[in-house]
Each structure stands twice: as structure tokens, then as C-alpha cells.
Design a protein. Structure first.
Length: 245
């Protein structure tokens, strides 16, 4: 299984904090946001074959410097061609480009999603279903849904409704940007891009994919923190700082 971390955004909602620093490398609870993500990846057994970090040219050097001071094994950077936000290809397009070069299962994570649940449990559930699987969590506020995705699942945990950025959510279950995909989904990513569908929000791809085939949801027991705004960044830092003492 290959890990793919989506960290190519410019973090506009967090400016000025992220004007000259990638969101994934912001300090959080004595580490960086990305270090917390890697802590979860390093706990996997068996380990990932390798991990690819999708970023951009503007922040490429900062990621290289960060990586040079870490001991994470089999990690590579995949910068897109953008050095400004208006030039970026979009997270789905960047993912599709990476996926077409690999032929393996994919564990895809946003570089700004933090969580306490085990990824091993998510992967075990994915193997039981043998189908694309999305990590879900119970929303604490309407912002979790309106800024993300509202999801409805059936008794088999199959996603029967998925609405990205809903105006009026009809569910209290939110979707994370944590996916486990079989290798064949790279073909669906290419098809999605050929259809010229929205390229910047990974949830839009899942919204489309669940109408093409069975997609399942694994509900995290704990909450998921999305470091997307100054308020959520402070709240996440406060929570994880208390966890590490």
C-alpha cells in the first residue's frame, strides 16, 4: 500500500500564518501538523511501501528541509508545477497524476487532517469490504458539514448519499479527506479528470465516485480536526498540546 499525503494547498484561510509557510508544516503541539500525520502512518503494521507528499513548487524547499531533519523512511515529494495559488492544478488533478504512476492500493490523507483513531482499523474495514472506503466522523457543529461533506450510510456502511459543501445538511456524519482506494481507482480518477469535473476538492471526486460504484464509510470513534482556519488551528493545537502533556 502506498501513502499519498495531499499538501499542495496554499492555506489562504489561514493567512498570514501560511502566506510563506505551508499549512502542513505549521507548529502544533511541539511538532508540525505533518509530524502528527506521520505518527499515525508509522504505527501501521505492515508499514506502507512508501509515502508520497503532494505539494507545490512554492513550498517545495521547505518540505525538503523538513524531510532532511526527519528519519521517516521511503518518503518522496511530488511537487506540482504551481508557484502561485491561481496556477495550482487542484488536489484531485494532483492525486490523479500521482496515481497513474503507481499500481498499488492507496491510503490518501489530507496533510491538515488530525485524528486519534487507528488507521489500521480503517484499513482492516477496507479489506473486509474490498471496496473504496472513506473515514467518517460525527460532526460537532454545522461548520464540519457545510465546509466539508455530509454523508448518509446504510446498515452495511455503504455510502448512499454524499453531498460536498451542503447548504442544508441532512446528516450529522461528516467526511474526512482520508481514503483507502484499490489500485483500479486510478482509472476512475483519470475518467473524472477527462469529464472536466471540479478538480480542487477531493470530496467532489468521492461525491461522484459513490454514484459509479459501492463506496463504504468507516466511522471514527473520536473527532477529526481540520486545520483550516485560525480558530480550528488554535483549537487543534490546544487539544493535542493537552494530550502530549
Amino acid at each position: 500500500m502506498i501513502g499519498i499525503i495531499l499538501a499542495g494547498g496554499y492555506g489562504r484561510r489561514l493567512w498570514p500564518l501560511t502566506y510563506d509557510k505551508p499549512k502542513a508544516l505549521l507548529p502544533l503541539a511541539k511538532k508540525t501538523v505533518l509530524d502528527h500525520v506521520f505518527k499515525k502512518l508509522d504505527a501501521l503494521n505492515p508499514p506502507l511501501h512508501r509515502t508520497i507528499i503532494s505539494t507545490n513548487m512554492k513550498f517545495q524547499q521547505q518540505f525538503e528541509e523538513w524531510l532532511s531533519t526527519r528519519k521517516y523512511g521511503n518518503v518522496e515529494l511530488a511537487p506540482d508545477r504551481s508557484s502561485r495559488e491561481e496556477e495550482k492544478p487542484g488536489a484531485v488533478a494532483a492525486l490523479a497524476e500521482i496515481a497513474q504512476r503507481i499500481d498499488d492500493e492507496m491510503l490518501i490523507l489530507a496533510g491538515d487532517n488530525l485524528f486519534t483513531d487507528s488507521l489500521e482499523d480503517l484499513i482492516k474495514f477496507y479489506r473486509e469490504k474490498n471496496a473504496p472506503t472513506i473515514a467518517l466522523f460525527h460532526a460537532r457543529s454545522s461548520n464540519d458539514l457545510t465546509r466539508g461533506s455530509a454523508v448518509t450510510i446504510d446498515r452495511e456502511m455503504r455510502i448512499v448519499d454524499f453531498v460536498e459543501k451542503p447548504i442544508t445538511p441532512n446528516s450529522n456524519i461528516a467526511a474526512s479527506c482520508i481514503y483507502v482506494f484499490p489500485a483500479r481507482i486510478r482509472g476512475k480518477l483519470q475518467e473524472y479528470i477527462r469529464l472536466n469535473l471540479p478538480r480542487d476538492q477531493p470530496g467532489r471526486f468521492v461525491e461522484w465516485l459513490h454514484k459509479q460504484e459501492n463506496v463504504y464509510g468507516y466511522v471514527f470513534r473520536d473527532y477529526l480536526w481540520d486545520v483550516g482556519t485560525p480558530e480550528s488551528y488554535r483549537a487543534t493545537d490546544d487539544y493535542f498540546s493537552r494530550q502530549v502533556g
